[in-house]
Design a protein. Sequence first.
Length: 403
Amino acid sequence: MAKLTKRTIDSLEVRSKDYFVWDDELGGFGVRVMPSGVRSYVVQYRIGGRTRRSAFSRVGRMTPDEARKHARELLVAVDKGRDPVAEEEARRRSPTIAALCAQFLTEHVAHRCKPSTQQEYRRSVDLFINPRLGTFKVEDVKRADVARLHHDLRDIPYQANRTLGVLSKLFNLAEVWGLRPDGSNPCRHVKKYPERRRERYLSPEEIGRLGRVLSDAEQAGSEHGPVIDAIRLLILTGARLGEIQTLRWEHVQDGYIALPDSKTGAKRIVLGKAAAEVLRRIKRLPDNPHVIAGTLPGRFWTDLQRPWRRIRAKAGLPNVRLHDLRHTFASVAAGRGESLAKIGGLLGHSHVQTTARYAHLAPDPLRDTADRTAGEIFRAMGNGELGLGAADSTESDSKLAAE
């Protein structure tokens, strides 16, 4: 044994078998010489009755003094009860983010999420998470890595926030599965971008234009019947696109649609007379259980977006989404003075806060009450105390009535 220096290491001969030379200054620190001539710094220690040995760097990449310092740090960790070699082996075996995503999609998403959510999660994984973080070890991802990914998607803030949500769920499960320490989710404190909820409702005049375009397309045969039926059902029921698109005849009852599952669980969609009439006119196909039947036997009509873009263009409704037909149904109900509770029931909302966005469209009952009360007091006062003459009194009463 001798103190390992550059000179002593360079002078070590190559033998037919590998061998070790140990440092006399730091026990457990040495150099391994292989028959190929490769020399590596090693550290050796005993823990739990076992001898552990690890080559941590080739000679030349570290100076002897740097290697001795690193070996000392590893040995101090051993004195504190850690096993650096076992930790490094575990790290090499630990999965990458890509492997974690695959486990996430097959073991969690496929069994616990609805099809639409599965599609959203898979899209975030394939387009945004794996290309940026897929090769990272699960335990190596830091908050800065997540924040940088979120920042790079700032031009599409909605998608940035959805991807952040998927990542947060992913790392929560990594903790459950023992792949990261508890409370180490790197998505914590990464602030989401503000989102402005889109509120687009069709006016009565726009509804009329849409109705005429649908009738013209039906008569001319320029659009397929199932497409026209689907659009009419969307605006006449306020149902979600997926609920109408995948609707089966077995779910259509007398006066309502009974969905065994939806975004908010089992759901009943009450049918008005107009919606019921649309359903009554749809021809049932013997080889297809779906109301909006596709061209293939047993399948529903999968592409409504492209024909909708053609229809909305003819109706002069640029950028109106199919989902805006649901908003339109709710806005018409609110404008008629229907209660938020009733509107929420029709739409299948599970939380009253979701329906509250339509409150500003409803007639204001407080304003109406204030007008009636002030008007009665105004008349009881005989108008004199306000300094109004007879002509002014009549004009004021007419204004109140108009308001």
